[in-house]
Design a protein around this ligand. Sequence first.
Ligand SMILES: C[S@@+](CC[C@H](N)C(=O)[O-])C[C@H]1O[C@@H](n2cnc3c(N)ncnc32)[C@H](O)[C@@H]1O
Length: 187
Amino acid sequence: MTTKEYVKNLIKDPNIASITPTSKVGVQKVCGKMDLTKKVIIIEYGPATGVFTDYLLAHITADSMIIAIEQNENFVDYLTKNTRDERLKVHHDSAENVHNIVKQYGLGKVDYVISGIPFSLLDEEVREDIVKRTSHVLKPGGKFLPYQTFFQKDEHLMVYLQDYFSEAHDKYLLRNLPPMRLYEAIK
Ligand SMILES: C[S@@+](CC[C@H](N)C(=O)[O-])C[C@H]1O[C@@H](n2cnc3c(N)ncnc32)[C@H](O)[C@@H]1O
């Protein structure tokens, strides 16, 4: 998808919340927090055009799986057409429904959840529901790895990570436009 098309989608849907996909360095930093050498189940919230999805498909094992949950229909169509891989399952849905989606697969708990959805734009109740349900679908020791824009306040996400996870850390990444705040929450 060209930058022009990406921006057109953003104008129609403010929940996209970014004018360009995450940088290569950003993708590597987030994915570097996962052990991809063994079989894993990863849930991805807000894949958009698949910058993380493509990286993960190139690095996960043949028996691993990615469940992508994307709210924007154009991105769902784009991802479905352009990223054909039987290890990838794409759902046109909201991250709020993660518990129901995971249940459909009968796989039990998952290893990692990565997320690009803009928590600062969500209602308080929805933020908390997403973090609570994410914690619920993860295995003990599993990680929730949200990446957000650098100006995000603690009340948008960090406070919920501290409530629902046993550990929660964050770091700033300047080598991205705009700079990012990368979180790591461990169940
Ligand atoms: C900032 S973009 C991140 C896109 C991509 N992952 C990247 O790193 O470049 C946020 C994405 O989250 C999606 N999104 C926003 N709210 C969502 C929700 N509640 N559930 C699922 N996807 C959502 C948007 O449609 C958009 O594709």
